[in-house]
Write a protein that binds this ligand. Structure first.
Ligand SMILES: Cc1ncc(COP(=O)(O)O)c(C=O)c1O
Ligand SMILES: Nc1c(O)cccc1C(=O)C[C@H](N)C(=O)O
Length: 483
């Protein structure tokens, strides 16, 4: 470790953070049923008891939680507009921390009072504002400050990283990604391949799940890399797959890629602030993320990127701007680049203070409650949702009272998922979805037939989950009556 460098982030305890299982969730529910005297595990009263007993229930009060009446397509004859909405859409856009308002106001007032002098004044000078996020964001992704930059938006950062790290040769020119990657990743990779003089047909490999399966098996990913890695320049996977909710084994994929000489990177849009990450220890080469989902920074807010410490002094060609230049001489403006080290050298523009303010606000929440504690809460919240869906909508469940059945395409293994469950319906979602929304549910549909539901460990509780199931039951009967 060189002079003055921060110590590496804590090494993960053992192999797997989350030790939760369906059995542990069931044991927990039965224990709470015994304590409360509420015997029916599907009873709303038990959900209320679970929420009241939740040691982390107070975190919800750190957020603005939308009322049903403020959601655009709610039918006030079907739900009390003053009641809390059933907001289970944090996998698309996280809710607003109340503290963010204060941080935003602080910088708006500074702008009003001192204009340009805000760049270099105050506790958080605008020109240094991105640096003030590095420690907190580094903790969330398991990285040293030197390995992280807070900059741009996600897909832009994908381009920044691939522009620098995707260097195809005649023998090693392929980029491996999961099939049905998020469209923005897919297009970014197609364009990077073309711009480097290769063809998508020859150089883009989208790994498909087995026939009849929704998710990729880790062993199949590793096997493909082992057999074909010599032709692969870059492996670019999502950390959590946006459609299925699958959390990929980033450590194993990275090890497999490195054994074959591949560079390995991840799109952490759905993993950032959702599950604990250890990018430094997993030896990931580079990664990028947006912050507006579980990071709760607001639509389109500032993204981030990671470049492993092994590239700290690496001067490879990349997309440059004045913010790539070391701060110590940046304002000399002699147009002689003094490239910054590590992830800082991948920045291009000066930081947008209002977006950085939102990141600073969110980090104030994560300073109060470590992600490791939230991950445990998340496992039980999502495990509870899974239990209710399987019990009340499972195709073979004796307690199913509706013709409508629901299957869960997200892996059952807690090590292979975060907050989100992707629910597959036996009826068209175009009929079901509007009825959910009328009743105050905020969830999102992803064609062809999935509705994604994400009880978020920051601001959701067991009552939100149970209320969602009640609305599902109501809608299922409506859909059947009109079938
Ligand atoms: C996996 C994934 N990648 C990329 C994006 C797009 O990112 P942005 O529009 O912030 O560049 C999203 C959605 O926001 C996403 O879910
Ligand atoms: N960024 C979005 C937007 O501007 C409109 C609608 C959705 C989004 C999203 O972020 C989509 C999200 N990445 C997803 O997984 O679907």
């Amino acid at each position: 470790m060189s002079e003055g460098q921060a110590p590496p982030p804590p090494q993960p305890e053992g192999e797997q953070e989350c030790m939760c299982t369906q059995d542990k969730v069931l044991q927990f529910l039965n224990k709470m049923a015994d304590e409360s005297g509420i015997k029916d595990l599907t009873d709303l009263a038990l959900a209320e008891f679970l929420s009241d007993s939740d040691a982390l229930k107070g975190i919800r009060d750190l957020f603005h939680y939308p009322k049903a009446g403020t959601l655009p397509d709610v039918d006030p004859t079907l739900v009390d507009p003053e009641s809390d909405s059933i907001y289970l859409c944090g996998n698309s856009l996280g809710l607003m921390p109340k503290v963010t308002e204060e941080v935003m106001k602080e910088h708006l007032e500074k702008w009003a009072k001192m204009g340009v002098f805000g760049h270099m004044s105050g506790e958080v000078p605008w020109a240094h504002s991105d640096e003030h996020c590095l420690e907190g964001v580094g903790r969330l992704v398991g990285a040293k400050k030197e390995e992280v930059s807070v900059c741009n938006s996600l897909t832009v950062n994908i381009h920044v990283l691939l522009a620098a790290f995707y260097k195809p040769t005649e023998t090693r020119h392929k980029i491996l990604l999961e099939s049905k990657a998020f469209p923005s990743d897919h297009y970014a990779i197609e364009s990077q391949i073309r711009m480097k003089g290769r063809t998508v047909q020859d150089s883009m490999v989208c790994l498909e799940p087995r026939d009849g399966e929704e998710t990729l098996r880790t062993e199949d990913i590793l096997d493909y890399i082992d057999k074909n890695g010599d032709e692969i320049a870059v492996i670019w996977f999502s950390g959590i797959q946006y459609y299925t909710g699958q959390l990929f084994d980033m450590k194993a994929i990275t090890e497999a890629g490195h054994r074959k000489g591949c560079l390995v990177g991840f799109d952490l849009a759905h993993a950032f602030a959702n599950v604990p990450l250890h990018l430094h220890w997993w030896d990931v080469d580079f990664a990028a993320w947006c912050s507006y989902k579980y990071g709760c920074t607001g639509a389109g807010s500032i993204a981030g990127l990671f470049v492993h410490e092994r590239f700290l002094h690496d001067k490879r060609d990349r997309m440059l701007g004045w913010w790539s230049h070391k701060m110590s001489s940046r304002f000399t403006m002699d147009n002689v680049l003094d490239l910054d080290e590590g992830a800082a050298g991948y920045r291009i523009s000066n930081p947008p203070i209002h977006c950085v303010a939102a990141m600073l606000g969110s980090l104030k929440v994560f300073d109060q409650v470590p992600l490791e504690y939230l991950r445990s809460r998340s496992c039980y919240l999502t495990g509870y949702l899974e239990y209710l869906v399987k019990t009340l909508f499972g195709e073979n469940s004796e307690q199913r009272t509706t013709k409508l059945s629901i299957s869960i395409i997200t892996p059952e293994d807690f090590h292979q998922r975060g907050c989100q469950l992707s629910l597959k319906f036996s009826s068209p979602i175009d009929v079901i979805y509007p009825e959910l929304v009328k009743r105050g549910c905020a969830v999102d549909k992803r064609y062809p037939n999935v509705i994604r539901v994400a009880p978020v460990h920051l601001y959701n509780n067991y009552v939100d989950v149970r209320r969602f199931i009640s609305v599902l039951q109501e809608v299922a009967h409506i859909v059947e009556d009109h079938a």
